[in-house]
Ligand binder design. Structure first.
Ligand SMILES: Nc1ncnc2c1ncn2[C@@H]1O[C@H](COP(=O)(O)OP(=O)(O)OP(=O)(O)O)[C@@H](O)[C@H]1O
Ligand SMILES: CC(=O)N[C@H]1[C@@H]2OC[C@@H](O2)[C@@H](O)[C@@H]1O[C@H](C)C(=O)O
Length: 382
């Protein structure tokens, strides 16, 4: 059978631009194979990024403005889909995650709420291609968090016959999938959750310290020149989120601007230099990840595979290695799956599963009572 050519699109919680992946997919689960033909990040215009960050941070807008920004994002996604195919035989399907602007996990018996903008109908219409979007709503509708959704894809692409692995994404927010060695009832033992802040607080702190001149700490060089304040890290780790048992999800609603302001206030007592502050925030990301493994996993992984932009932060990687003691930490690139485009690839796979009638969520990661078909299919008619 010929592989299916699919485009995966996502803009994550860092709101740094649209990650697009053009992939050939064959097989379905244990035989699932994905070949990345092209991967590219298309930055948002500065104006669109500002508007997205503002509404994510709670700025009020009218319904007309909501419709306008929804369509502006969809047009940028459709453009990314068109650009990624240049020089290749065209794809037949798009899987578009869209742009998360609000995420509220389920509470008590109430359903969660997660809003991704960039409507699939407009992407299908402009790109002239069947588009699957709104992946989180079906899981949320049955009581799940609707996140993280990538763990089932991780399971089929990154499992190992003998090795238990943690696949750790460090985007704006961090999330993990634990994949046991591929034997016996391994599928039933996979789990996953959002670990907490990835780069979100670091990026906000860098922008604050440089009055907006820089948006992130390249390779972690600035943080590496400072010293973490372990007392503060310990204080911050006592926060409720880090102690909630999985399944759990979070977003910039919690680990965003207000959270950073609280961190800055707490840091005043220790008179930290900018470099010490960044080292301390980097330590929070690393320590919260490792603390969650030690607290919620029955056994530590034998290897950690990093992906997402935070996998490029060498100081953060070093701190993870130190805190994990003897567990090796590598990037997914080193086992043949692009660390930069894994999330975009995952949404191509999720669209392909939806189109083939295969469920996409992993109940142990989202908390949903069962696996369901994810995503709404938008046809294009003219
Ligand atoms: N060379 C680098 N050094 C340090 N940090 C980096 C580097 N490259 C990227 N990053 C960090 O990675 C972030 C982007 O990561 P990524 O694109 O994975 O996030 P995202 O997909 O938006 O988030 P999420 O996975 O939460 O949805 C940047 O904002 C920056 O903080
Ligand atoms: C609501 C939302 O967009 N959540 C993102 C976010 O970014 C990382 C983490 O929090 C993860 O749960 C999720 O994204 C990935 C793609 C996921 O669903 O697996």
């Amino acid at each position: 059978m010929h592989p299916t050519r699919v485009i995966g699109l996502i803009s994550g919680t860092s709101v740094d631009g649209i990650d697009a992946a053009l992939v050939d997919i064959s097989g379905t689960d244990l035989d699932l194979q994905v070949e990345l033909l092209a991967g590219e990040t298309y930055p948002y215009s500065a104006e669109l990024r500002e508007r997205i960050l503002a509404i994510g941070a709670g700025t009020a807008i009218s319904m007309a403005e909501l419709a306008e920004i929804d369509d502006a994002i969809a047009l940028a996604f459709a453009q990314a889909a068109q650009n990624i195919q240049i020089g290749y035989q065209p794809a037949t399907l798009i899987g578009s995650h869209g742009q998360t602007v609000y995420h509220r996990p389920p509470r008590d018996k109430g359903l969660g709420y997660s809003l991704q903008l960039g409507r699939g109908a407009l992407i299908a219409h402009v790109a002239g291609m069947i588009t699957v979007s709104n992946f989180r709503v079906a899981d949320i509708a049955i009581g799940g968090h609707g996140a993280p959704l990538v763990p089932r894809v991780d399971a089929y692409l990154l499992s190992h016959p003998q090795e238990g692995r943690c696949i750790q994404n460090i985007g704006g927010i961090g999330n993990v999938a634990y994949i046991p060695p591929r034997r016996d009832d391994w599928l039933d033992k996979i789990c996953g959750w959002d670990t907490g802040p990835g780069n979100s607080l670091l990026d906000l702190a860098v922008a604050h310290l440089t009055a907006g001149a820089k948006t992130y700490d390249e390779n972690g060089n600035w943080a590496a020149s400072g010293t973490p304040c372990y007392l503060l890290v310990e204080q911050w780790l006592s926060q409720e989120y880090f102690h909630l048992p999985p399944p759990k999800s979070t977003g910039r609603e919690l680990f965003g601007v207000a959270y950073l302001h609280q961190c800055l206030q707490d840091a005043q007592a220790y008179q930290l230099s900018p470099a010490d502050l960044l080292a301390t925030l980097t330590e929070l990301t690393a320590a919260s990840i490792v603390h969650s493994y030690r607290t919620f996993l029955k056994q530590m992984p034998q290897r950690v595979l990093l992906c997402g932009g935070g996998s490029r932060n060498l100081y953060l990687k070093q701190r993870l290695e130190a805190l994990l003691e003897s567990v090796p930490v590598v990037t997914t690139d080193e086992v043949g799956l692009s660390a930069d485009f894994k999330e975009a690839i995952a949404f191509a796979v999720l669209a392909y599963w939806r189109y083939s009638g295969i469920p996409g969520n992993l109940p142990a990661a989202t908390g949903a009572p069962q696996a369901v078909l994810l995503g709404e299919i938008h046809q294009y008619l003219f």
